[in-house]
Design a protein around this ligand. Structure first.
Ligand SMILES: C[S@@+](CC[C@H](N)C(=O)[O-])C[C@H]1O[C@@H](n2cnc3c(N)ncnc32)[C@H](O)[C@@H]1O
Length: 287
């Protein structure tokens, strides 16, 4: 099955008219694949049929978006990344923030899905803070465009099958068994995370952060969309803030970030945009 650009545009325009959400920045291949799924789910023979279905059944506009927002996630997704953050990045960041007057470490988890990522970050931050014997406050803002995912995330309740990737020491310390198959994140960790609906493409950034985790979301966007997003990420980080990306994501623009670990896709904001002038704060041992 193939969809011409114009038919796809008409579907996107109809979805936008129904839901108010513009999906034009998503990669055409992603859009086409998601559209194919909806065609088959609605038993539409082709895009024209689907468009007619969409017009008659406005709820389908929201179902299309549910299919588009691929919310697959996991606790400690790519475990070595979280170990690297816990051991190599957070101790230095905690020291830096502790020297400031406010003593608050602020984190933004963008595209947080059902909460696994921000809660994993909360757990390693809690441990790293304790190891450093620091009393600084840690606040994690976790945002996603999908209200469905955010509703699940706020419950902080997970089934055994969803917890396979959690190392036992974290499972024992940070979860409470509520029944045979259900585990709840303990209150201390839950309270560190605040969930909010936010569309990273359309909306202004909600502040400046010491660390931003934006993993496995940028891959769904066009190259132009990604460039715009990297600039947004840069301006949402505090000076020398840390950016954590997914395995298939790397900033294409030069002069915005310096790579701390190519293996783990962890970056540090550099002070100057174009061109990078000598920055005394950007020494070799940055973390
Ligand atoms: C594949 S999941 C990644 C979840 C998590 N970051 C991880 O790596 O496991 C991508 C998430 O990005 C969210 N998303 C997609 N478009 C978005 C947008 N424009 N603004 C904010 N979140 C978005 C989706 O709803 C989904 O939860």
């Amino acid at each position: 099955m193939s969809q011409s650009g114009t038919t796809l545009d008409r579907v996107l325009a109809e979805v936008a008219a129904i839901t108010g959400f513009s999906a034009h920045e998503y990669r055409p291949t992603t859009l086409k694949r998601r559209l194919e799924l909806r065609l088959s789910a609605t038993l539409s023979r082709n895009c024209r049929d689907y468009l007619a279905y969409l017009k008659k059944n406005p709820l389908e506009g929201y179902r299309f978006l549910d299919a588009l927002f691929i919310t697959v996630s996991d606790f400690f997704r790519d475990r070595p990344v979280f170990s690297y953050l816990e051991k190599e990045v957070l101790p230095g960041l905690i020291e830096e923030v502790s020297r400031e007057k406010k003593k608050r470490l602020s984190v933004w988890s963008i595209g947080c899905s059902n909460g696994q990522e921000p809660y994993s970050l909360a757990m390693i931050l809690d441990l790293a803070r304790r190891k450093k014997k620091k009393s600084l406050k840690i606040s994690i803002l976790a945002t996603d465009v999908s209200t469905k995912s955010l509703d699940l995330a706020k419950k902080a309740l997970y089934r055994r099958a969803e917890m396979k990737n959690i190392p036992p020491k974290y499972k024992n310390e940070f979860f409470k068994k509520v029944n045979n198959d259900g585990f709840r994140i303990i209150d201390r960790i839950k309270k560190m995370v605040r969930f909010k609906q936010h569309d990273f493409i359309q909306e202004a950034c909600p502040g400046k952060f010491d660390l931003i985790s934006c993993r496995n979301m940028l891959i769904f966007f066009t190259a132009d969309g990604q460039s715009e997003m990297f600039r947004k990420l840069h301006s949402s980080l505090k000076k020398r803030g840390i950016l954590v990306l997914g395995r298939a994501e790397t900033p294409k623009e030069e002069g915005l970030f310096r790579c701390l670990s190519p293996a783990h896709h962890v970056f540090r904001k550099v002070a100057a945009v174009y061109p990078i002038k000598s920055d005394p704060g950007e020494g070799k041992n940055a973390v």
